[in-house]
Ligand binder design. Structure first.
Ligand code: ITT
Length: 198
């Protein structure tokens, strides 16, 4: 079965490609010659995931899904949350010369300086548009914001997120291990069940 993944993020494409297995052929936006940024301008992960999936469905007519993910930090009252991608670009301090992920991590570590309560979670919402109907799936992984970056694998906030039950960050894990436990893997498992049932 062919399914389109409405994302501009190649790391997500790799993670979900590894999770879906051989029954599904994952089609990326590049394969469809879609190069523009997909709009995501709402205030919840649910609305953004939905907006991205419908945008590509209407643009291409293909069944498709989208993933919106946020890092929710308790000491920051749930921030950066839905604003995770552009965290270092809102308010102060900002780091215009850095790669977005590097700037985001730097800002997070500054905001968390001296903070003892470092609990956080990654939350992924996947919106699937199938035959003109929408379905949503959620995955959550609880963890801890480390005091400094470690690891070079993964992407985004992975170097500063240590999932509960592990002594290493997501960025120190092989993709196979991250994919056993991650927020995204949990949401994808439900997506696969839905697609298999069709
Ligand atoms: P698309 O919207 O095109 O899918 P994006 O990178 O904009 O790609 P999100 O809005 O969902 O995706 O990402 C929110 C932020 O969270 C962004 O900075 C990501 O790098 C980060 N992020 C998402 N999933 C992550 C993961 O599994 N590990 C670490 N950081 C992640």
């Amino acid at each position: 079965m062919d399914i389109v993944f409405a994302t501009n993020n190649l790391h997500k494409l790799e993670e979900i490609g590894a999770l879906l297995g051989e029954k599904f052929r994952l089609i990326g936006l590049k394969d469809l010659n879609i190069i523009e940024e997909i709009p995501e301008d709402h205030e919840t992960l649910e609305e953004n995931a939905s907006q991205k999936a419908w945008y590509i469905y209407k643009r291409t007519g293909h069944d498709c899904f989208a993933d919106d993910t946020g890092l929710e930090v308790d000491a920051l009252k749930g921030a950066p949350g839905v604003y995770s991608a552009r965290y270092s670009r809102i308010g102060h301090p900002t780091f215009p010369d850095m790669e977005p992920a590097e700037g985001n991590i730097k800002k997070l570590l500054i905001e968390m300086e001296g903070e003892k309560l470092r609990s956080a979670r990654f939350r992924t919402v996947i919106a699937l548009v199938l035959g003109g109907k929408e379905y949503q799936f959620e995955g959550v992984v609880d963890g801890w914001i480390t005091e400094s970056s470690s690891g070079a694998k993964g992407f985004g906030y992975d170097p500063v997120f240590r999932p509960d039950g592990y002594k290493i960050t997501f960025a120190e894990m092989d993709l196979a291990l991250k994919n056993q436990i991650s927020h995204r893997a949990q949401a994808v498992e439900q997506l696969v069940q839905k697609l298999k049932g069709m």
